[in-house]
Write a protein that binds this ligand. Structure first.
Ligand code: PEP
Ligand code: MN
Length: 447
């Protein structure tokens, strides 16, 4: 059967998507989700697009961050609050360095479905289908858990809705109150190494004191305490995405209701594949991961297709590059040249996480802090040399005090990894490492 409109992805190759065995159950879930309120609205997606257009021109900087995979089991108010808080603190530090507004985008309220490098996993001689994220199957290593269950989409939606409700409340509150900058110590206890942090915190404090002394009205101060906070996730599970897509009541255009920004992963960016086919039809800003295997030819087709031929549609497309430390110089220039030759107005951001995953001596998947920082540095260097805009950064991070990435001021060592290794998928920067990174990126931007 030929599918039309927003369902047309169903006639394309499905990559990294589960095969559900119970079609009736799947249909029932899709029907249920189609009746649910969307989590985001057309005007919000357009506002993010406008903000991202500013990023593409260097008039704003983009910070995207959150879990690799949100978890049903670890979900809770503290978790959401802490991630939000650290992201806002990072944004504040980056604003100071970039001297432009920071567009804040969480990997949250829908970041559940995971592409995997292998279809199966083996443990103690037992081979089972890989875990694909809580919205698809279970993390526990037993046969039943690993069967894809469409009902999980309802739990995903419910959790995303609760998360969104909390984010909307917090974005109006004073959690990231700039006046509390000195309270953001977040365990920066190593006195000698916290100097950079203190310098900037002092400078921020001075600025605030000055503004207040110069007579900033209470209403304006309140304005500073409220922020625009957007949500994003990889649009991998297309049954979920399609079921939450709505038509803009005014223009009739398709709007993904699952999050403000949807990105396409490094493994699912086939120009003729299902994911590109879905994403090109929604009006939300789109992210596209670009890795070492992204060819100039593919990128050309992808940029054209995802921008629907409107290459000057700034804010529509964000290219998230993820090559690995030491490899940016080899890959980024050719992609920049391709985009420049096309004259396409894109946002360039750097994901310094996914090209820097290694297996530690103790057996854990980890990422060395120095490599993460190096890749960001290389990203800035290449853009500066080529005269293009280094638009933002993309981190896997959490507000919790986990031990998943090595390094940082309060050094996490290989041996420490087993202490608090809680991620359901890739290793995340902890709260302290995240904030430290923001300070170091802030320094890079000022150099
Ligand atoms: C991710 O962002 O978690 C991810 C899987 O990234 P990539 O598609 O770049 O590998
Ligand atoms: Mn990841």
């Amino acid at each position: 059967m030929q599918h039309s409109g927003i369902s047309s992805w169903r006639d394309r190759e499905r990559i990294q998507m589960p095969v559900y065995t119970d079609n009736d159950a799947l249909n029932a879930v899709e029907t249920q989700l189609r009746a649910m309120p969307p989590l985001v609205f057309a005007d919000e997606a357009r506002r993010l697009k406008r903000d991202m257009a500013a990023v593409s021109r260097g008039e704003a900087f983009l910070l995207q961050g959150g879990d690799c995979a949100e978890s049903f089991e670890q979900f809770g108010a503290d978790m959401v609050r802490d991630t939000f808080k650290v992201l806002l603190q990072m944004a504040m530090v980056l604003t100071y360095g970039a001297k432009v507004p920071v567009v804040k985008v969480g990997r949250i309220a829908g970041q559940f479905a995971k592409p995997r490098s292998a279809p199966t996993e083996t443990s103690n001689g037992v081979e089972l289908p890989s875990y694909r994220g809580d919205i698809i199957n279970g993390f526990d290593f037993d046969e039943d858990s690993r069967i894809p269950d469409p009902e999980r989409m309802i739990e995903g939606y419910t959790q995303a809705a609760a998360t969104m409700n909390m984010l909307r409340g917090m974005a109006k509150g004073g959690l990231a109150d700039i006046n509390k900058v000195h309270e953001w110590t977040l365990g920066f206890t190593a006195e000698d190494k916290a100097a950079d942090y203190r310098d900037i915190a002092n400078a921020l404090q001075d600025t605030m004191d000055f503004i207040r002394a110069a007579g900033l009205s209470p209403a304006k101060a309140e304005e500073l305490a409220s922020v625009d906070f957007y949500t994003s996730h990889e649009g991998l599970l297309l049954e979920y995405e399609e079921s939450l897509t709505r038509r803009d009541p005014v223009t009739g255009e398709y709007v993904a209701g699952s999050g403000h920004l949807i990105w396409i992963g490094d493994r699912t960016r086939q120009p003729d594949g299902a994911h590109v086919e879905f994403c090109r039809q929604i009006i939300n800003p789109i992210g596209l991961k670009c890795g070492p295997t992204t060819t100039a030819e593919d990128l050309k087709v992808l940029v054209d297709r995802l921008m629907n031929g409107k290459l000057d549609d700034a804010g529509r497309l964000m290219l998230i590059t993820r090559f690995g430390a030491g490899k940016v110089e080899e890959h980024l220039p050719r992609l920049i040249e391709t985009v420049e030759e096309m004259g396409a107005k894109v946002v360039w951001t750097c994901d310094p996480m996914h090209g820097n995953t290694i297996k530690s001596g103790s057996g854990y998947k980890t990422r060395p802090f120095e490599d993460v920082l190096s890749e960001v540095q290389e990203f800035f260097d290449v853009h500066q040399r080529m005269g293009t805009v280094a638009g933002g950064v993309h981190f896997e991070m959490t507000g919790q005090d986990v031990t998943e990435c090595t390094g940082g001021v309060i050094a996490v060592t290989d041996e420490d990894l087993s202490d608090r290794y809680h991620t359901a998928c890739d290793p995340r920067l902890n709260a302290s490492q995240s904030l430290e990174l923001a300070f170091l990126v802030n320094k890079l931007m000022r150099e």
